[in-house]
Design a protein around this ligand. Structure first.
Ligand SMILES: NC(=O)c1ccc[n+]([C@@H]2O[C@H](COP(=O)([O-])OP(=O)(O)OC[C@H]3O[C@@H](n4cnc5c(N)ncnc54)[C@H](O)[C@@H]3O)[C@@H](O)[C@H]2O)c1
Ligand SMILES: [Zn+2]
Length: 514
Protein backbone atom coordinates (compact mmCIF):
# COMPACT_ATOMS: atom_id res chain seq x y z
CA UNK A 1 0.00 0.00 0.00
CA UNK A 2 1.33 3.40 -0.92
CA UNK A 3 0.34 5.62 2.03
CA UNK A 4 1.21 9.28 2.33
CA UNK A 5 2.61 10.14 5.77
CA UNK A 6 2.71 13.71 7.03
CA UNK A 7 5.37 14.26 9.64
CA UNK A 8 7.14 17.14 11.37
CA UNK A 9 7.63 18.99 14.66
CA UNK A 10 4.75 19.92 16.96
CA UNK A 11 2.81 22.85 15.55
CA UNK A 12 3.88 22.34 11.93
CA UNK A 13 0.28 21.64 10.90
CA UNK A 14 0.44 17.88 10.26
CA UNK A 15 -3.24 17.27 11.01
CA UNK A 16 -4.57 20.21 8.99
CA UNK A 17 -2.26 19.51 6.06
CA UNK A 18 -2.96 15.77 6.20
CA UNK A 19 -6.71 16.26 6.37
CA UNK A 20 -6.80 18.81 3.56
CA UNK A 21 -4.47 16.79 1.35
CA UNK A 22 -6.62 13.71 1.89
CA UNK A 23 -9.70 15.66 0.84
CA UNK A 24 -7.92 17.00 -2.23
CA UNK A 25 -6.70 13.54 -3.29
CA UNK A 26 -10.02 11.95 -2.29
CA UNK A 27 -8.25 9.53 0.04
CA UNK A 28 -9.15 8.49 3.60
CA UNK A 29 -7.46 10.45 6.37
CA UNK A 30 -6.00 8.98 9.55
CA UNK A 31 -4.65 10.97 12.48
CA UNK A 32 -2.33 8.59 14.33
CA UNK A 33 -2.64 10.44 17.65
CA UNK A 34 -6.42 10.20 17.40
CA UNK A 35 -6.13 6.50 16.59
CA UNK A 36 -4.04 5.96 19.74
CA UNK A 37 -6.62 7.79 21.83
CA UNK A 38 -9.47 5.78 20.36
CA UNK A 39 -7.61 2.46 20.76
CA UNK A 40 -6.64 3.14 24.37
CA UNK A 41 -9.66 5.10 25.49
CA UNK A 42 -7.27 7.67 27.01
CA UNK A 43 -6.11 11.08 25.88
CA UNK A 44 -2.45 11.46 24.99
CA UNK A 45 -1.73 13.96 27.80
CA UNK A 46 -3.28 11.47 30.20
CA UNK A 47 -1.16 8.58 28.86
CA UNK A 48 2.02 10.63 29.15
CA UNK A 49 1.18 11.83 32.62
CA UNK A 50 -0.05 8.58 34.08
CA UNK A 51 2.29 6.22 32.26
CA UNK A 52 5.56 7.22 30.63
CA UNK A 53 6.92 8.29 27.25
CA UNK A 54 8.22 4.75 26.46
CA UNK A 55 4.74 3.32 27.10
CA UNK A 56 3.27 5.94 24.80
CA UNK A 57 5.83 5.16 22.10
CA UNK A 58 4.94 1.50 22.39
CA UNK A 59 1.28 2.36 21.80
CA UNK A 60 2.31 4.56 18.90
CA UNK A 61 4.15 1.68 17.20
CA UNK A 62 1.16 -0.60 17.69
CA UNK A 63 -1.23 2.00 16.25
CA UNK A 64 1.04 2.56 13.25
CA UNK A 65 1.24 -1.16 12.58
CA UNK A 66 -2.57 -1.36 12.55
CA UNK A 67 -3.25 1.57 10.25
CA UNK A 68 -0.69 0.40 7.71
CA UNK A 69 -3.06 -2.33 6.63
CA UNK A 70 -5.82 0.14 5.75
CA UNK A 71 -6.44 1.05 2.14
CA UNK A 72 -4.24 3.83 0.75
CA UNK A 73 -4.57 6.80 3.12
CA UNK A 74 -3.06 10.09 4.14
CA UNK A 75 -1.72 9.56 7.66
CA UNK A 76 -0.76 12.43 9.98
CA UNK A 77 1.87 11.16 12.39
CA UNK A 78 2.76 12.34 15.88
CA UNK A 79 5.76 14.69 16.06
CA UNK A 80 8.15 12.04 17.40
CA UNK A 81 6.58 8.91 16.02
CA UNK A 82 9.39 8.10 13.59
CA UNK A 83 12.19 8.49 16.13
CA UNK A 84 12.03 4.76 16.62
CA UNK A 85 13.89 3.01 13.80
CA UNK A 86 11.25 0.33 13.68
CA UNK A 87 8.48 2.87 12.98
CA UNK A 88 10.48 4.73 10.41
CA UNK A 89 11.30 1.52 8.56
CA UNK A 90 7.61 0.55 8.52
CA UNK A 91 6.53 3.94 7.20
CA UNK A 92 9.24 4.04 4.55
CA UNK A 93 8.36 0.59 3.36
CA UNK A 94 4.65 1.26 3.12
CA UNK A 95 4.54 4.74 1.68
CA UNK A 96 6.17 8.12 1.35
CA UNK A 97 6.82 10.60 4.12
CA UNK A 98 6.48 14.36 3.70
CA UNK A 99 8.26 16.39 6.35
CA UNK A 100 6.78 19.78 7.23
CA UNK A 101 9.57 22.18 8.25
CA UNK A 102 8.86 25.45 10.03
CA UNK A 103 10.74 28.18 11.89
CA UNK A 104 10.32 28.10 15.65
CA UNK A 105 8.27 31.37 15.55
CA UNK A 106 5.74 29.75 13.22
CA UNK A 107 5.50 26.71 15.47
CA UNK A 108 5.09 28.86 18.60
CA UNK A 109 2.32 30.90 16.97
CA UNK A 110 0.44 27.77 16.05
CA UNK A 111 1.03 26.12 19.41
CA UNK A 112 -0.13 29.03 21.50
CA UNK A 113 -3.74 28.04 21.40
CA UNK A 114 -3.40 24.33 22.00
CA UNK A 115 -0.41 23.99 24.29
CA UNK A 116 -2.39 21.94 26.73
CA UNK A 117 -2.52 19.03 24.28
CA UNK A 118 1.27 18.88 23.97
CA UNK A 119 2.59 17.61 27.28
CA UNK A 120 6.15 17.17 26.00
CA UNK A 121 6.58 20.93 25.70
CA UNK A 122 4.31 22.19 28.46
CA UNK A 123 5.63 24.75 30.92
CA UNK A 124 8.09 27.14 29.34
CA UNK A 125 6.89 26.34 25.83
CA UNK A 126 9.51 28.33 23.98
CA UNK A 127 12.42 26.84 25.87
CA UNK A 128 11.06 23.30 25.79
CA UNK A 129 10.22 23.46 22.12
CA UNK A 130 13.59 24.85 21.19
CA UNK A 131 15.29 22.09 23.19
CA UNK A 132 13.11 19.46 21.52
CA UNK A 133 13.88 20.90 18.08
CA UNK A 134 17.62 20.89 18.55
CA UNK A 135 17.46 17.33 19.81
CA UNK A 136 15.49 16.28 16.76
CA UNK A 137 17.01 18.57 14.16
CA UNK A 138 19.14 15.95 12.41
CA UNK A 139 16.22 13.53 12.52
CA UNK A 140 13.79 15.94 10.83
CA UNK A 141 16.39 16.99 8.26
CA UNK A 142 16.95 13.38 7.24
CA UNK A 143 13.65 13.08 5.34
CA UNK A 144 14.14 13.72 1.64
CA UNK A 145 10.60 14.91 0.79
CA UNK A 146 9.89 18.14 2.60
CA UNK A 147 7.95 21.38 2.52
CA UNK A 148 8.84 24.61 4.28
CA UNK A 149 5.48 25.83 5.56
CA UNK A 150 6.26 29.29 6.96
CA UNK A 151 4.07 32.09 5.61
CA UNK A 152 2.25 29.79 3.20
CA UNK A 153 -1.49 29.34 2.88
CA UNK A 154 -2.93 25.88 3.24
CA UNK A 155 -3.72 25.74 -0.49
CA UNK A 156 -0.12 26.59 -1.35
CA UNK A 157 1.07 23.83 0.95
CA UNK A 158 -1.37 21.33 -0.54
CA UNK A 159 -0.25 22.21 -4.06
CA UNK A 160 3.37 21.81 -3.01
CA UNK A 161 2.59 18.49 -1.38
CA UNK A 162 1.06 17.24 -4.62
CA UNK A 163 4.08 18.50 -6.56
CA UNK A 164 6.56 16.87 -4.19
CA UNK A 165 4.68 13.60 -4.43
CA UNK A 166 4.04 13.78 -8.18
CA UNK A 167 0.53 12.86 -7.30
CA UNK A 168 -2.43 15.00 -8.30
CA UNK A 169 -6.16 14.59 -8.28
CA UNK A 170 -8.38 16.41 -10.71
CA UNK A 171 -12.06 16.97 -10.11
CA UNK A 172 -13.06 19.87 -12.39
CA UNK A 173 -14.06 17.59 -15.27
CA UNK A 174 -14.35 13.98 -14.10
CA UNK A 175 -12.44 12.71 -11.07
CA UNK A 176 -9.07 11.15 -11.71
CA UNK A 177 -5.55 10.77 -10.36
CA UNK A 178 -2.47 11.86 -12.23
CA UNK A 179 0.47 9.84 -10.93
CA UNK A 180 3.98 10.76 -11.93
CA UNK A 181 6.36 8.07 -10.81
CA UNK A 182 9.27 6.06 -12.16
CA UNK A 183 8.24 2.65 -13.46
CA UNK A 184 4.56 3.26 -12.71
CA UNK A 185 3.72 1.64 -16.08
CA UNK A 186 4.67 -1.67 -14.55
CA UNK A 187 1.92 -1.22 -11.99
CA UNK A 188 -0.83 -0.57 -14.54
CA UNK A 189 -2.42 -3.99 -14.02
CA UNK A 190 -2.58 -3.59 -10.24
CA UNK A 191 -3.97 -0.08 -10.52
CA UNK A 192 -6.66 -1.20 -12.95
CA UNK A 193 -7.70 -3.88 -10.47
CA UNK A 194 -7.69 -1.37 -7.62
CA UNK A 195 -10.01 0.96 -9.53
CA UNK A 196 -12.21 -1.85 -10.82
CA UNK A 197 -11.42 -1.12 -14.48
CA UNK A 198 -12.10 -4.06 -16.77
CA UNK A 199 -11.15 -5.63 -20.08
CA UNK A 200 -8.23 -3.42 -21.16
CA UNK A 201 -7.37 -2.69 -24.75
CA UNK A 202 -4.11 -0.85 -25.37
CA UNK A 203 -3.88 1.65 -28.22
CA UNK A 204 -0.35 2.62 -29.16
CA UNK A 205 1.76 3.58 -32.16
CA UNK A 206 4.46 1.61 -33.93
CA UNK A 207 7.38 3.45 -32.26
CA UNK A 208 6.06 3.20 -28.72
CA UNK A 209 5.13 -0.43 -29.25
CA UNK A 210 8.72 -1.31 -30.05
CA UNK A 211 10.00 -0.03 -26.73
CA UNK A 212 7.21 -0.25 -24.22
CA UNK A 213 4.37 -2.57 -25.22
CA UNK A 214 5.91 -5.66 -23.64
CA UNK A 215 6.01 -3.99 -20.21
CA UNK A 216 2.39 -3.00 -20.18
CA UNK A 217 1.16 -6.27 -21.59
CA UNK A 218 3.14 -8.15 -18.92
CA UNK A 219 1.78 -5.92 -16.17
CA UNK A 220 -1.80 -6.47 -17.34
CA UNK A 221 -1.31 -10.24 -17.70
CA UNK A 222 0.24 -10.47 -14.22
CA UNK A 223 -2.95 -8.98 -12.83
CA UNK A 224 -5.07 -11.57 -14.61
CA UNK A 225 -6.18 -9.50 -17.62
CA UNK A 226 -6.15 -10.69 -21.19
CA UNK A 227 -5.05 -7.45 -22.86
CA UNK A 228 -5.57 -6.62 -26.52
CA UNK A 229 -3.32 -4.30 -28.47
CA UNK A 230 -4.02 -2.03 -31.43
CA UNK A 231 -1.03 -0.40 -33.09
CA UNK A 232 -1.44 2.54 -35.45
CA UNK A 233 1.11 4.38 -37.56
CA UNK A 234 3.00 7.16 -35.73
CA UNK A 235 2.67 10.86 -36.34
CA UNK A 236 0.33 13.82 -36.63
CA UNK A 237 -0.39 12.98 -40.29
CA UNK A 238 -2.39 10.01 -39.01
CA UNK A 239 -4.48 12.00 -36.55
CA UNK A 240 -7.43 11.63 -38.88
CA UNK A 241 -10.95 10.32 -39.09
CA UNK A 242 -9.65 7.31 -41.03
CA UNK A 243 -7.52 6.28 -38.08
CA UNK A 244 -10.40 6.87 -35.66
CA UNK A 245 -12.54 4.68 -37.88
CA UNK A 246 -9.96 1.92 -37.75
CA UNK A 247 -9.89 2.22 -33.96
CA UNK A 248 -13.67 1.88 -33.70
CA UNK A 249 -13.49 -1.18 -35.93
CA UNK A 250 -10.71 -2.62 -33.79
CA UNK A 251 -12.83 -2.05 -30.68
CA UNK A 252 -15.67 -4.01 -32.25
CA UNK A 253 -13.37 -6.79 -33.45
CA UNK A 254 -11.94 -7.20 -29.96
CA UNK A 255 -15.38 -7.25 -28.39
CA UNK A 256 -15.11 -4.05 -26.36
CA UNK A 257 -18.21 -3.17 -24.39
CA UNK A 258 -19.15 -0.19 -22.27
CA UNK A 259 -17.43 -1.66 -19.22
CA UNK A 260 -14.11 -2.08 -21.05
CA UNK A 261 -11.11 0.22 -20.69
CA UNK A 262 -9.13 1.81 -23.49
CA UNK A 263 -5.51 2.45 -22.54
CA UNK A 264 -3.81 5.14 -24.61
CA UNK A 265 -0.06 4.53 -24.49
CA UNK A 266 1.86 7.08 -26.52
CA UNK A 267 2.29 10.76 -27.20
CA UNK A 268 -0.35 13.43 -27.64
CA UNK A 269 -1.46 12.04 -30.97
CA UNK A 270 -2.32 8.66 -29.47
CA UNK A 271 -3.96 10.24 -26.43
CA UNK A 272 -6.11 12.57 -28.50
CA UNK A 273 -7.25 9.81 -30.84
CA UNK A 274 -7.69 6.92 -28.41
CA UNK A 275 -9.52 9.32 -26.09
CA UNK A 276 -11.81 10.51 -28.85
CA UNK A 277 -12.51 6.98 -30.06
CA UNK A 278 -13.25 5.97 -26.44
CA UNK A 279 -15.52 8.97 -25.93
CA UNK A 280 -17.68 8.09 -28.90
CA UNK A 281 -17.63 4.29 -28.93
CA UNK A 282 -20.95 3.02 -27.59
CA UNK A 283 -21.46 6.56 -26.27
CA UNK A 284 -18.35 6.30 -24.15
CA UNK A 285 -16.04 3.71 -22.63
CA UNK A 286 -13.56 4.54 -19.88
CA UNK A 287 -9.99 5.34 -20.79
CA UNK A 288 -6.62 5.57 -19.09
CA UNK A 289 -3.61 7.48 -20.42
CA UNK A 290 0.02 6.44 -20.25
CA UNK A 291 1.78 9.43 -21.79
CA UNK A 292 5.13 8.53 -23.34
CA UNK A 293 6.33 11.91 -24.63
CA UNK A 294 7.37 14.90 -22.56
CA UNK A 295 4.72 16.91 -24.38
CA UNK A 296 1.93 14.56 -23.44
CA UNK A 297 3.11 14.29 -19.82
CA UNK A 298 3.05 18.02 -19.21
CA UNK A 299 0.10 18.87 -21.38
CA UNK A 300 -1.86 16.60 -23.69
CA UNK A 301 -2.65 13.78 -21.25
CA UNK A 302 -4.19 16.07 -18.64
CA UNK A 303 -7.44 17.91 -19.04
CA UNK A 304 -9.75 15.69 -21.06
CA UNK A 305 -9.49 17.28 -24.49
CA UNK A 306 -9.59 14.67 -27.22
CA UNK A 307 -9.94 14.90 -30.98
CA UNK A 308 -8.46 14.69 -34.43
CA UNK A 309 -7.55 16.92 -37.37
CA UNK A 310 -9.48 17.70 -40.53
CA UNK A 311 -7.75 18.77 -43.70
CA UNK A 312 -9.17 22.23 -42.93
CA UNK A 313 -7.48 22.51 -39.55
CA UNK A 314 -6.10 20.94 -36.41
CA UNK A 315 -8.25 19.44 -33.67
CA UNK A 316 -11.40 20.71 -35.34
CA UNK A 317 -13.37 17.67 -34.24
CA UNK A 318 -13.18 16.59 -30.64
CA UNK A 319 -14.78 16.10 -27.30
CA UNK A 320 -14.24 16.90 -23.66
CA UNK A 321 -13.83 13.44 -22.19
CA UNK A 322 -11.64 13.07 -19.11
CA UNK A 323 -9.57 9.93 -18.63
CA UNK A 324 -10.03 7.85 -15.50
CA UNK A 325 -6.36 7.72 -14.64
CA UNK A 326 -3.09 9.16 -15.93
CA UNK A 327 0.14 7.26 -15.28
CA UNK A 328 3.23 9.22 -16.24
CA UNK A 329 6.46 7.25 -16.09
CA UNK A 330 9.54 9.42 -16.60
CA UNK A 331 11.59 6.31 -17.36
CA UNK A 332 9.85 5.87 -20.74
CA UNK A 333 11.29 9.20 -21.87
CA UNK A 334 14.69 7.50 -22.08
CA UNK A 335 13.74 6.11 -25.48
CA UNK A 336 12.24 9.37 -26.76
CA UNK A 337 14.26 10.90 -29.63
CA UNK A 338 15.95 14.17 -28.70
CA UNK A 339 13.90 16.22 -31.20
CA UNK A 340 10.71 15.03 -29.49
CA UNK A 341 12.14 15.97 -26.11
CA UNK A 342 12.91 19.43 -27.44
CA UNK A 343 9.43 19.70 -28.88
CA UNK A 344 7.95 18.88 -25.45
CA UNK A 345 10.06 21.58 -23.81
CA UNK A 346 8.11 24.19 -25.79
CA UNK A 347 4.98 23.37 -23.77
CA UNK A 348 7.05 23.57 -20.57
CA UNK A 349 8.22 27.07 -21.54
CA UNK A 350 4.60 27.88 -22.33
CA UNK A 351 3.59 26.86 -18.81
CA UNK A 352 6.32 29.11 -17.42
CA UNK A 353 5.24 32.10 -19.51
CA UNK A 354 1.61 31.58 -18.49
CA UNK A 355 2.10 31.52 -14.77
CA UNK A 356 5.41 30.30 -13.41
CA UNK A 357 8.41 32.64 -13.80
CA UNK A 358 10.63 30.25 -11.82
CA UNK A 359 9.90 27.46 -14.29
CA UNK A 360 10.65 29.88 -17.12
CA UNK A 361 13.97 30.75 -15.47
CA UNK A 362 14.86 27.08 -15.22
CA UNK A 363 14.17 26.70 -18.93
CA UNK A 364 16.32 29.76 -19.64
CA UNK A 365 19.37 27.85 -18.44
CA UNK A 366 19.44 25.77 -21.58
CA UNK A 367 18.71 22.28 -22.84
CA UNK A 368 21.14 20.36 -20.63
CA UNK A 369 19.93 22.06 -17.49
CA UNK A 370 16.30 21.35 -18.37
CA UNK A 371 17.01 17.69 -19.11
CA UNK A 372 19.09 17.41 -15.95
CA UNK A 373 16.12 18.65 -13.92
CA UNK A 374 13.45 16.88 -15.88
CA UNK A 375 11.42 15.55 -12.98
CA UNK A 376 11.22 18.95 -11.39
CA UNK A 377 10.21 20.80 -14.55
CA UNK A 378 7.60 18.17 -15.44
CA UNK A 379 6.04 18.48 -11.98
CA UNK A 380 6.00 22.28 -12.16
CA UNK A 381 4.48 22.31 -15.63
CA UNK A 382 1.79 19.80 -14.64
CA UNK A 383 0.79 22.07 -11.74
CA UNK A 384 0.39 25.05 -14.07
CA UNK A 385 -1.93 23.10 -16.32
CA UNK A 386 -3.79 21.52 -13.42
CA UNK A 387 -4.54 24.81 -11.69
CA UNK A 388 -5.97 26.33 -14.84
CA UNK A 389 -8.13 23.42 -15.93
CA UNK A 390 -9.47 22.87 -12.45
CA UNK A 391 -10.72 26.45 -12.44
CA UNK A 392 -12.13 26.34 -15.96
CA UNK A 393 -12.37 22.75 -17.21
CA UNK A 394 -14.57 23.45 -20.24
CA UNK A 395 -12.72 26.52 -21.51
CA UNK A 396 -15.35 29.12 -20.83
CA UNK A 397 -12.65 31.56 -19.85
CA UNK A 398 -9.14 31.25 -18.47
CA UNK A 399 -8.41 27.79 -19.86
CA UNK A 400 -7.91 29.57 -23.18
CA UNK A 401 -4.67 30.94 -21.69
CA UNK A 402 -3.20 27.50 -22.37
CA UNK A 403 -3.55 28.31 -26.06
CA UNK A 404 -0.57 30.65 -25.83
CA UNK A 405 1.49 30.10 -28.97
CA UNK A 406 -1.13 27.80 -30.42
CA UNK A 407 -3.14 30.12 -32.66
CA UNK A 408 -0.10 30.83 -34.81
CA UNK A 409 1.39 27.43 -33.88
CA UNK A 410 -1.48 25.34 -35.21
CA UNK A 411 -1.53 27.39 -38.41
CA UNK A 412 2.22 26.87 -38.90
CA UNK A 413 1.90 23.17 -38.16
CA UNK A 414 -0.84 22.79 -40.69
CA UNK A 415 0.72 25.00 -43.39
CA UNK A 416 3.89 22.91 -43.13
CA UNK A 417 1.91 19.74 -43.82
CA UNK A 418 2.82 18.62 -40.28
CA UNK A 419 6.52 18.57 -41.16
CA UNK A 420 6.98 20.88 -38.18
CA UNK A 421 6.31 19.18 -34.84
CA UNK A 422 3.57 20.46 -32.55
CA UNK A 423 5.99 21.76 -29.90
CA UNK A 424 8.25 23.37 -32.49
CA UNK A 425 5.24 25.12 -34.00
CA UNK A 426 4.16 26.28 -30.54
CA UNK A 427 7.64 27.75 -29.99
CA UNK A 428 7.41 29.66 -33.28
CA UNK A 429 3.86 30.66 -32.36
CA UNK A 430 4.85 31.95 -28.92
CA UNK A 431 7.44 34.28 -30.40
CA UNK A 432 5.07 35.52 -33.13
CA UNK A 433 2.32 36.08 -30.58
CA UNK A 434 4.69 37.85 -28.17
CA UNK A 435 5.66 40.18 -31.04
CA UNK A 436 1.98 40.76 -31.70
CA UNK A 437 1.50 41.53 -27.99
CA UNK A 438 4.26 44.13 -28.21
CA UNK A 439 2.70 45.66 -31.32
CA UNK A 440 -0.68 45.84 -29.60
CA UNK A 441 1.03 47.31 -26.54
CA UNK A 442 -0.24 44.45 -24.42
CA UNK A 443 3.39 43.64 -23.57
CA UNK A 444 6.50 45.74 -23.00
CA UNK A 445 9.05 45.79 -25.81
CA UNK A 446 11.63 43.05 -25.35
CA UNK A 447 9.33 40.30 -24.11
CA UNK A 448 9.44 38.48 -27.44
CA UNK A 449 13.26 38.58 -27.33
CA UNK A 450 13.30 37.13 -23.82
CA UNK A 451 11.01 34.29 -24.85
CA UNK A 452 12.90 33.72 -28.10
CA UNK A 453 16.23 33.52 -26.30
CA UNK A 454 14.95 30.87 -23.91
CA UNK A 455 13.47 28.83 -26.74
CA UNK A 456 16.67 29.09 -28.74
CA UNK A 457 18.64 27.85 -25.73
CA UNK A 458 16.48 24.74 -25.81
CA UNK A 459 17.24 24.25 -29.52
CA UNK A 460 13.70 25.20 -30.51
CA UNK A 461 12.91 27.14 -33.70
CA UNK A 462 11.63 30.69 -33.25
CA UNK A 463 10.93 31.96 -36.77
CA UNK A 464 8.19 31.07 -39.20
CA UNK A 465 10.07 29.17 -41.94
CA UNK A 466 10.58 31.31 -45.03
CA UNK A 467 9.01 28.74 -47.33
CA UNK A 468 5.60 28.84 -45.62
CA UNK A 469 3.22 31.18 -47.49
CA UNK A 470 1.96 33.87 -45.11
CA UNK A 471 -1.49 33.95 -46.63
CA UNK A 472 -1.88 30.24 -45.90
CA UNK A 473 -0.96 30.76 -42.28
CA UNK A 474 -3.46 33.61 -42.00
CA UNK A 475 -6.15 31.47 -43.61
CA UNK A 476 -5.41 28.62 -41.22
CA UNK A 477 -5.64 31.00 -38.26
CA UNK A 478 -9.01 32.26 -39.44
CA UNK A 479 -10.28 28.69 -39.19
CA UNK A 480 -9.09 28.38 -35.62
CA UNK A 481 -11.55 27.10 -33.03
CA UNK A 482 -10.84 30.02 -30.75
CA UNK A 483 -12.88 32.23 -33.03
CA UNK A 484 -16.25 33.92 -32.58
CA UNK A 485 -17.89 36.02 -35.28
CA UNK A 486 -14.72 36.05 -37.32
CA UNK A 487 -12.66 37.42 -34.44
CA UNK A 488 -9.87 35.22 -33.16
CA UNK A 489 -9.14 35.23 -29.44
CA UNK A 490 -5.41 35.11 -28.77
CA UNK A 491 -3.72 34.25 -25.50
CA UNK A 492 -1.05 36.95 -25.46
CA UNK A 493 1.84 37.20 -23.03
CA UNK A 494 1.91 40.38 -20.95
CA UNK A 495 5.05 39.50 -19.02
CA UNK A 496 6.74 36.26 -17.96
CA UNK A 497 4.13 34.67 -15.70
CA UNK A 498 1.09 36.48 -17.06
CA UNK A 499 -1.07 36.00 -20.14
CA UNK A 500 -4.22 37.82 -21.23
CA UNK A 501 -6.95 36.91 -23.68
CA UNK A 502 -7.16 39.46 -26.47
CA UNK A 503 -9.53 39.55 -29.46
CA UNK A 504 -7.79 40.27 -32.74
CA UNK A 505 -9.77 41.16 -35.81
CA UNK A 506 -7.02 41.92 -38.32
CA UNK A 507 -5.12 38.67 -38.59
CA UNK A 508 -2.55 40.06 -41.02
CA UNK A 509 -1.19 42.04 -38.06
CA UNK A 510 0.30 38.79 -36.84
CA UNK A 511 2.54 38.50 -39.86
CA UNK A 512 3.82 42.09 -39.88
CA UNK A 513 7.57 42.31 -39.86
CA UNK A 514 7.84 45.08 -37.28
N1 LIG B 1 -5.43 17.14 -25.75
C1 LIG B 1 -4.67 18.13 -25.38
O1 LIG B 1 -4.98 18.84 -24.43
C2 LIG B 1 -3.41 18.40 -26.12
C3 LIG B 1 -2.46 19.28 -25.58
C4 LIG B 1 -1.26 19.46 -26.24
C5 LIG B 1 -1.03 18.79 -27.42
N2 LIG B 1 -1.97 17.94 -27.93
C6 LIG B 1 -1.72 17.21 -29.17
O2 LIG B 1 -0.62 16.37 -28.97
C7 LIG B 1 0.00 16.10 -30.23
C8 LIG B 1 1.48 16.16 -30.09
O3 LIG B 1 1.89 15.20 -29.16
P1 LIG B 1 3.36 14.58 -29.18
O4 LIG B 1 4.35 15.63 -29.36
O5 LIG B 1 3.42 13.71 -27.98
O6 LIG B 1 3.36 13.75 -30.54
P2 LIG B 1 3.27 12.21 -30.95
O7 LIG B 1 2.23 11.50 -30.21
O8 LIG B 1 3.20 12.22 -32.41
O9 LIG B 1 4.68 11.64 -30.52
C9 LIG B 1 5.85 12.12 -31.12
C10 LIG B 1 6.72 10.99 -31.68
O10 LIG B 1 7.38 10.33 -30.62
C11 LIG B 1 7.20 8.91 -30.72
N3 LIG B 1 7.23 8.42 -29.34
C12 LIG B 1 6.31 8.64 -28.39
N4 LIG B 1 6.74 8.19 -27.21
C13 LIG B 1 7.94 7.61 -27.42
C14 LIG B 1 8.90 7.00 -26.57
N5 LIG B 1 8.72 6.91 -25.25
N6 LIG B 1 10.02 6.51 -27.13
C15 LIG B 1 10.23 6.64 -28.46
N7 LIG B 1 9.39 7.27 -29.30
C16 LIG B 1 8.26 7.75 -28.78
C17 LIG B 1 5.90 8.77 -31.43
O11 LIG B 1 5.81 7.54 -32.07
C18 LIG B 1 5.96 9.92 -32.43
O12 LIG B 1 6.70 9.55 -33.54
C19 LIG B 1 -0.58 17.09 -31.20
O13 LIG B 1 -1.47 16.44 -32.04
C20 LIG B 1 -1.31 18.08 -30.32
O14 LIG B 1 -2.41 18.65 -30.98
C21 LIG B 1 -3.14 17.74 -27.30
ZN1 LIG C 1 0.05 22.17 -27.43
Amino acid sequence: MNHIFIYGPPGSGKTTVGYTLAQRLELPFIDLDRAIEVNSGMTIPFILEQQSEPVFREMESAALRTVLDNEESVIALGGGSLLRDENRAMAEERGRIILLHAEIETLLNRLDSDVIKRPLIMGNVKENLSRLLSRREAHYRSFPLSIQVDNKTISQIILEAQTVLGRYHLSGMGHYDVILQDNIIEQTGKLLLKHGFKNPLVVTDENVKKFHAAKIVASLRDSGFNPKLITIPAGEAYKTLDTIHSLWQGFIEYGLDRKSTVIAMGGGVIGDMAGFAASTFMRGVGWVVLPTTLLSMVDASIGGKTGFDLSEGKNLIGSFYPPRLVLADLQVLKTLPEEEMISGLAEVVKAGVISNPILFQMCSRGFNHAIGNLEDIVKQAVVVKMQIIEEDPFENGIRAKLNLGHTVGHAVEKASGYRIRHGEAVAIGMVAEAKLAERLKVAEKGLSDTIAETLRGLNLPIDIPGDLPHNEIIRAMSLDKKKTNGIVRFALPVEIGRVELVDVEKLDMVMEEK
